[in-house]
Ligand binder design. Structure first.
Ligand code: RRO
Length: 314
């Protein structure tokens, strides 16, 4: 990295050394993976979304790499809240990075219980409430139900004294962007992460005329290159609609240019999912270098100089 380019950012008031981090679900389910992120070139890390008790998740194979992307139906496999609380407690004074706890209860009641328990842990500074898991058979994505989202957030912000951000599903309709923004404006959300995988996609292996993952007859969350334009649109819309709320961009970031585009749309931080799965934590060095080079070529010393500054044509 060139010495006068910096990828420093702030997220929910926390000053971070880099605007890159993992996307929840990738390289963050067990302690080994999480430790790998503590040692990686990231400004923050987020745990696998957790439930109160551990879960084995959906049957294998439940993740497949596809050309320039991924499809998954993991089904929320995780070690349970206590495991992630313990990891964050142990690592809180290490490595100068913030560790974000991601939670994804299977009901409002479970989400509130997760928040109540996390509230007792001093080491927890920031929580990502996942409103968008697409892979639990029979459970809709909360973020597509605006009334349910509002009810959950009302009680969540009543219970929690922590900073709480939300991870949203992708939206595809202007009315839906506005409906969710109207809900979010009622609460002191610490940040908004756009987007989770595009739910219930289907990838086909033509050679054997088969789906490529086992759960849900092959339906799963799509990640990678295919979702970048949708992710950018979501980042841009929520950046515009939610004045002053930090946006975290996630979706289709394979290289420094993709990260640059997310920041140009308004992201303060970017999460890497599919690329991290495929390359491991070394991807953060590569993408940091590529982003710094683009910034240098364009004469930007900090990300704040271009964050949100996407130009319109009129
Ligand atoms: O575990 C999963 O199946 C999963 C989750 Br919780 C999520 O939020 N997003 C995703 O693509 N997979």
């Amino acid at each position: 990295m060139s010495s006068n380019q910096t990828l420093k950012t702030t997220l929910a008031g926390f000053h971070l050394g880099s605007c890159l981090m993992n996307a929840s679900g990738v390289h963050c389910t067990d302690e080994n993976e999480l430790s790998g992120l503590l040692n990686a070139n990231v400004g923050a890390l987020v745990t696998k979304s957790c439930t109160l008790e551990s879960r084995t998740g959906n049957p294998l194979p439940r993740y497949a790499n596809i050309p320039n992307g991924s499809i998954n139906s993991m089904g929320l496999p995780n070690h349970g809240l206590a495991y992630y609380l313990e990891f964050i407690e142990k690592s809180q004074y290490l490595h100068n990075k913030i560790a974000i706890l991601s939670i994804a209860g299977l009901s409002k009641k479970e989400n509130l219980e997760l928040l109540k328990n996390a509230d007792k842990a001093d080491s927890i500074k920031l929580i990502e409430l996942n409103l968008s898991c697409p892979n639990i058979p029979g459970k809709p994505q909360t973020g597509y139900d605006f009334e349910a989202s509002e009810k959950l957030l009302a009680e969540a912000f009543e219970i929690s004294t922590k900073s709480v951000g939300v991870k949203l599903p992708p939206y595809f309709d202007m009315v839906h962007f506005e409906s969710m923004a109207t809900v979010l404006k009622k609460f002191p959300v610490a940040y908004v992460c756009c987007v989770n995988s595009i739910g219930n996609a289907l990838w086909i292996n033509v050679e054997n005329e088969s789906v490529v993952i086992k759960p849900k007859n092959g339906f799963g969350g799509l990640g990678g290159m295919y979702i970048k334009p949708t992710a950018l649109a979501n980042v841009r819309m929520f950046y515009s609609l939610l004045d002053g709320v930090d946006i975290v961009g996630c979706g289709g970031i394979q290289n420094g240019q993709d990260a640059f585009e997310h920041i140009l749309c308004g992201a303060s931080m970017v999460q890497i999912g599919t690329t991290l799965w495929q390359e491991g934590p070394a991807c953060f060095d590569r993408i940091s270098n590529e982003l710094s080079t683009i910034m240098q070529q364009k004469g930007y010393a900090t990300i704040d100089e271009f964050k949100g500054k996407l130009k319109s044509m009129n």
